[in-house]
Design a protein around this ligand. Sequence first.
Ligand code: XMP
Length: 520
Amino acid sequence: RLLIIDFGSQVTQLIARRLRELNVYCEIHPYQKVTDASLKEFDPKAIIFSGGPDSVMREGSPRPPKAAYELGVPILGICYGQQVMMHDLGGRVEAGEHATAEFGRAYVTPSETRPDFLNGWFMDGTEKGVGKEQVWMSHGDHVAEIAPGFEVYGTSPGAPFAITADLARNFYAVQFHPEVHHTPNGATLYENFVRLAGFKGDWTMGAYREEMIQKIREQVGDSHVICGLSGGVDSSVTAILLHEAIGDQLTCVFVDHGLLRLNEAEEVVKMFRDNYNIKLIHADESDLFLGELEGVSDPEVKRKTIGKLFIDVFQKYASEIEDAEFLAQGTLYPDVIESVSFSGGPSVTIKSHHNVGGLPEKMGLKLVEPLRELFKDEVRALGHELGLPASFIGRHPFPGPGLAIRCPGEITRDKLEILRKADAVYIDQIRKHGLYDEIWQAFAAILPMRTVGVMGDGRTYDYALALRAVTSVDGMTADYYPFSHEFLGETSTRIINEVKGVNRVFYDCTSKPPGTIELE
Ligand code: XMP
């Protein structure tokens, strides 16, 4: 396995990502936690030093442990990682006013000799290959003098030591970021590096599953674990993995707040009981939630009411489970990164997101987070590995507050019923047209107004619906989906014919920003 020592770069997770794509197992450890002893115990086959925001010239700035250089394993240093390597091994780094800061696109040209590390680079169609490679730079300081034993193998106008290596020791150090999209050929460097380090690229999701099961057993021992199940992919995969690891030491709690989609509660509960035989409490608390929400129309009050009730209810059920010591959460890698780099920032609250953060401390529970090192698509792959049906794995995200935020204005049971039926028809249309997997998220919302229509020979005065569908990578920004007019016409007709109480359908063609994905 490979160890990535994280010096705090915003893109460290992308290094892990590139390595996973090469089927190499790696772990990211923050530099503060890597000591000579822990490094020897980890016994890496290769090490990568990530980038980072600090300056090696600053007293007390991050360093790898000395042992890293003495293990005799290949090392790749990136940006700050390069500077730290040069500094530690006898080179010189310049900071402050002497430094040429460089941000953005740059072009690297090769030197005469080309080590194996650069196989596939600088190819321009000729056998020798002297083409330039586009790279992404982002540094304030720069290396002024390379360490003894190192040679330069590539330069850019702002970085005379863009690519350096000590071939005898298998140490490689680059000033740019090969892991990002803007270094189009960057993956090749990672591939060359792991091949030089002797990795065969045979790590699989199956192997990860086994490893996680072992880790969960070690962490949990004989204790009992509670897992909140939402029916989403992350919490489902977490539950199934835990169940494989510890069987009946796991109890799942599925809180039904009465704001779920058509047949959703039954489907989720059935899937878990039938296929996995997991201990599952189906907490039907819809009367409580809908009761408290009566007359509430302000979006933030809705969100806060639901969030608070959710915690109360979860706590009530969880406290009935004897000897519970752990709470399992489906936290993903991007959540970990975001919460580290953005916590405490000055950003405004657009919406109070529904989450159960703070719950473990309140209840005196420890956390188990088996998905902490995975990206969303890797969670899906693990779900597949664990036998979750494909239809379940590919489901669109669904927000914690559920249909409440798709029902602007007051929430009533009548409106919810109309909304559920209309949403089901809409999603059925999308599936029938083979569009479901192209869309990040699609749903109907019921608008707080009635409009006049004519059906048959009669007047109608019914609700209007908004249909929403967006494409997105992470939900942070989104584009509305460009359905054809035929599709929209057909869907509108079907909804109005099949769902009593609706006589008008709008399509929401707002992107995010300026809109948000949900209506509230
Ligand atoms: P917005 O509406 O903020 O939504 O553009 C972005 C993504 O987040 C989902 N969402 C939530 N998910 N709890 C969640 O778990 C929430 O309170 C919540 N609010 C919005 C939304 O469905 C979209 O995928």
